[in-house]
Every structure is written in structure tokens, then in C-alpha cells.
Design a protein around this ligand. Structure first.
Ligand code: SF4
Length: 238
């Protein structure tokens, strides 16, 4: 079966309602992590997003603070010795990440923290994949980018009422949907809301559907059926 026929369609009204409700929820549920504070240097934000990959924010917090306290600027970070850099992130596990962290620090030092702004350019940096690049661009650089992490994938699939697995994030229909939901203006606020709601409310086990602002629009939570669901084309081909 062609991939496009695997995705239920959703109307523009549905997409707009999801977007608006996420933005409204985000205004009162913003998680004030240190890397989200105003005035954080972009190189520090990039480091935080790098560390957040497959790692809980609660674990990343102390390591991030330690990096901020240890290195006053990008040049100091970029010229630290390998062992110091590795030991800073050792508590987070994922040892394969350590050489990438060192390589990323070197690049940050070379450009003195003046990192590229777009997700496409950021992806050229060591250890910076699609999620880290998009999050750094949209949340810290003022460049619209579509943020998709495993929590967002789970939330979008539950909204549609379709199964998901490790491969779902690469599906075209999922990316098209995520792009469609990301506003041109307010993409930063939307990104924060989607990340936070999918992590704290649409959590992996026992989603808190009764507390979810998307409940009445969600196929999984309330059995919502979109009038456009008879046509698979509108979502898969936009
Ligand atoms: S209603 Fe439930 S399943 Fe649907 S998005 Fe919200 S928390 Fe997730």
C-alpha cells in the first residue's frame, strides 16, 4: 500500500484548532528550564539541546549549570581539554556521545559562539541531528523549523489514532502534519508547547487525557473523527 494511504486526513479547521489550543496551553504551562531563560547564549542553548537528546531534562539541568559555571564563554568551552569535557557529561551516560560533544565544543570555539542560525546549517555541526538543529533554530535562533522528537511523534499519532514506532518520525505524512501544525508566527511558543504537552500530559504510559487541551480533537482520547477523514489525500500530499 502506498505510504500516503496510511495517514488519515485532517481538515484545516482541525489543524488550526490543535495549533491554537497548544499555544493557549503553552502560555500557562511553560516549563522554565535554565536553557530557556532569556539571555542564554545560543551556543549554550545548542549544548543543552544536544544533551537533551534521549535524556531527561531533570538529568540535564545540573550538567548544563555546571557547563555554564565552568566556561565563561564560547572560547573557553571550545578550548577545554578533552577529558574535562567528557567528564562533564559522563553522568548522563550515552558514552558514544562524548567524542561528539568534544567535537561540537571545538566547533563552538572556532566560531566563538557565532553559530549558524538555520536548521540546515546547524546540521553540519558534529553531533547535531534533525531534532537538535530544529530545536536550536526555532527555540533559540528565531528561525522557523519543525521540531519532531519521539514525544511529539507519539502525541501526533495518538491525535490521529494511528500506531507508531521508531520509524514513524521518518514518514512523510508525519512530517507534513508536523509542518502544517507549526505556525509561521509563534513557532517558538508552539514548539515549547508541543514538546511540553507531549512529555508531561501525552506521556508514554497513562496519558492524562482528562487534563489535555486536545482531548476533544483526539482520536485516541475521545474517539474524535474528522469530517475530512474519508480523504487521505489532504494530509499526505500537502
Ligand atoms: S487526549 Fe490523551 S492521547 Fe490525545 S493528545 Fe491528549 S493526552 Fe494524548
Amino acid at each position: 500500500m502506498p505510504e500516503k494511504n496510511l495517514s488519515p486526513a485532517r481538515s484545516s479547521e482541525w489543524a488550526l484548532a490543535v495549533q491554537h489550543r497548544l499555544l493557549a496551553w503553552g502560555r500557562t504551562h511553560f516549563e522554565a528550564y535554565p536553557w530557556r531563560a532569556a539571555g542564554i547564549a545560543r551556543w549554550q542553548a545548542l549544548v543543552a539541546e544536544f544533551l537533551l537528546l534521549r535524556t531527561r531534562a531533570k538529568q540535564v539541568g545540573p550538567v548544563f549549570e555546571s557547563i555554564r559555571e565552568t566556561f565563561p564563554d564560547a572560547a573557553a568551552f571550545g578550548t577545554a581539554d578533552d577529558a574535562s569535557l567528557r567528564s562533564l557529561i559522563a553522568p548522563l551516560g550515552l558514552r558514544w556521545r562524548e567524542p561528539l560533544f568534544v567535537a561540537l565544543a571545538r566547533e563552538i570555539g572556532v566560531c566563538d559562539g557565532n553559530l549558524p542560525r538555520t536548521a540546515k546549517e546547524l546540521r553540519a555541526l558534529p553531533g547535531v541531528g534533525e531534532y537538535v538543529a530544529a530545536a536550536t533554530a526555532a527555540l533559540h535562533s528565531g528561525e522557523r523549523a519543525v521540531i519532531i522528537d519521539s514525544n511529539v511523534v507519539r502525541m501526533l499519532c495518538r491525535l490521529l489514532g494511528v500506531p507508531y514506532n521508531g520509524e514513524t518520525r521518518r514518514k512523510r505524512w508525519l512530517r507534513v502534519l508536523a509542518d502544517r501544525l507549526t505556525p509561521e508566527v509563534g513557532f517558538k511558543e508552539y514548539g515549547y508547547a508541543a514538546l511540553d504537552l507531549s512529555m508531561t500530559v501525552c506521556r508514554p504510559r497513562d496519558p492524562l487525557c482528562e487534563d489535555c487541551p486536545l482531548l476533544s480533537l483526539c482520536a485516541t482520547g475521545s474517539g474524535y473523527q474528522d469530517p475530512a477523514s474519508g480523504s487521505a489525500e489532504s494530509l499526505s500530499t500537502r
